[in-house]
Design a protein around this ligand. Structure first.
Ligand code: MSP
Length: 504
């Protein structure tokens, strides 16, 4: 089966921050997990380079918008391998292929009779590139997201007949209760639709930084339609000489809650207008908060993912973000919180379990995993190893990234308890304990192998190293069933060095 997962494309008005890394990491976990299940996966991310958000930032810096885009887009592109993201393509909305396809699709929307010329007046936030409805405005007509005064704008432009999609959208929501998750976001989007849809601008007359409307080249396209279309256009040129649309569309979108309206309301309507299938579904996550505020460049409270990665590695950051904040909700992150989980969970729970096990196999069995039977001790009970992969897959199908990680971690803890209960160092003292020691060491190696296969989507670099040391070449869940012993294992330096030593 094909599985197409996307992140929002990020504005190049500033450099990447942890919030951007967060969504990409989450989508990457899903992409890697689905590849492990043998699905045909396409994972897309990229940059949103047109419109006011970029044009205004460029002006402030005395740059041409293209210069700013060319300066910042590579930073986002470089972020991807740094956070161990396995995206299959990186789209830039300034790619000529994207621009051409945007024009083609928009022309179709025009030819299908969904646009008209008119005048618009309203309160506009240039950072959101959004006209704000009454409930979306703060005191004194300010933007609730950016805390800046809104501009009163009146303009002649082209409109998209969003209002005519009121009923089709209501039907879509009634037929597909899973279309938007979590449920609270589904309700929020549906009540926005039920509140009555007004037509929206399709173009901006004053701006020049954007894709020209093919039938009226005096206007550029409203950046949101240009941006949303990336999910479709990318498939037409990501692979030279191939069109992947049939194979992968419709997509599963992962986005933050700030851009719900565009994805859950405008986007399916625009796709219907263009004659495309609507998205498969979308999952809306919450904000990572620092000192109680949404992290953003404009608020100046940014935790630099590059610094964390340089000191602790990308996997520790990936683990921390998805473990600390229940995916879907808002939650605070901090350096202290990071260090605490790094020490107790990564270095102790997991890192020590691995080093101890590898060291014992080395010392007591010359580095070869003994041949032995599965120990029923480890398979049964709530945190037993039986069916853990099914449980994790089930949770990841619901985008419950944090709960799935909790399930895996319960097994890491279980394996630690197993070491304490079986005391292999005592078994090693005499010949009598030898058969039992074989069982214990075999089961520890097996337990670590299966837990690490499940952790691979979350911590791919670490899992690769460890699975390599365990002689496991597969990165498929089909490799889950128990392996016999007999393989040689290598000792490893600590997977997560203690904090004092890290960075030294
Ligand atoms: N360019 C638009 C999206 C177009 S998609 C067709 C945009 N860009 S953005 O650079 O502002 O990125 C917004 C997204 O970044 C959020 O939806 C979310 O995925 C991520 N985040 C930015 N800050 C974040 C947090 N503080 N916490 C969690 N996610 C954050 O909007």
């Amino acid at each position: 089966m094909s599985y197409y997962v996307t992140t929002p494309i990020y504005y190049v008005n500033a450099e990447p921050h942890l919030g951007h890394a967060y969504t990409t990491i989450a989508a990457d976990v899903l992409a890697r997990h689905m590849r492990e299940r043998g699905e045909d996966v396409f994972f897309l991310t990229g940059t949103d380079e047109h419109g006011e958000p970029v044009a205004e930032a460029a002006e402030e810096l005395g740059l041409d918008p293209r210069e700013l885009a060319d300066r910042n887009a590579p930073r986002f592109k470089e972020l991807m391998p740094k956070i161990n993201a396995s995206n299959d393509f990186f789209i830039r909305t300034t790619d000529p292929e994207h621009e051409a396809k945007v024009q083609e699709v928009t022309q179709r929307v025009h030819d299908n009779g969904h646009v008209y010329e008119g005048t618009y007046e309203g309160w506009y936030c240039p950072r959101c590139a959004d006209f704000k409805t009454e409930s979306e405005r703060g005191e004194g007509n300010t933007c609730l997201i950016h805390k800046i005064p809104l501009h009163r704008e009146r303009e002649e432009n082209w409109f998209f007949r969003l209002s005519t999609f009121q009923e089709p959208l209501e039907r879509l929501y009634a037929e597909r209760p899973e279309f938007v998750r979590p449920e609270a976001r589904y309700n929020e989007a549906l009540s926005f639709i039920k509140g009555g849809l007004e037509d929206v601008s399709l173009s901006r007359p004053k701006l020049t930084w954007g894709v020209r409307l093919p039938w009226d080249t005096s206007q550029v396209m409203y950046v949101w339609f240009d941006a949303l279309l990336n999910y479709v256009t990318a498939l037409s040129y990501a692979r030279e000489g191939e069109d992947l649309t049939e194979r992968f569309w419709p997509a599963f979108h992962i986005i933050g809650k700030d851009i719900l309206k565009f994805h859950a309301v405008y986007w399916p309507a625009f796709l219907m207008a263009a004659g495309y299938e609507v998205p498969e579904r979308m999952f809306i996550h919450g904000y990572l908060l620092m000192e109680g505020h949404k992290m953003s460049k404009s608020l100046g409270n940014v935790l630099d993912p590059f610094e964390v990665i340089d000191r602790f590695g990308a996997d520790a950051l990936r683990y921390y973000c998805l473990r600390e904040v229940s995916f879907g909700r808002d939650g605070s992150v901090s350096a202290a919180g990071f260090e605490a989980r790094y020490e107790t969970e990564l270095a102790n729970d997991y890192g020590n379990l691995v080093s101890r096990t590898l060291a014992m196999i080395d010392r007591y069995r010359d580095g070869v995993v003994p041949q032995a039977e599965v120990d029923p001790e480890l398979t049964r009970g709530e945190d037993g190893l039986t069916s853990v992969e099914e449980r994790v897959a089930e949770l990841l199908d619901q985008t419950a990234l944090t709960q799935a990680l909790e399930e895996i971690w319960a097994r890491v803890r279980r394996l630690n308890r197993y070491v304490e209960e079986t005391r292999p160092w005592d078994l090693a003292k005499d010949e009598e304990g030898s058969a039992r020691l074989d069982v214990v060491l075999y089961n520890l190696a097996e337990g670590i192998r299966v837990v690490t296969l499940l952790l691979y989507p979350y911590m791919p670099e670490t899992a690769d190293r460890l699975l390599g040391a365990l002689g496991e070449e597969e990165r498929r869940l089909a490799a889950f069933g128990s392996r016999g012993g007999g393989q040689r294992v290598e000792k490893l330096p600590p997977l997560f060095p203690k904090i004092e030593a890290a960075g030294a």
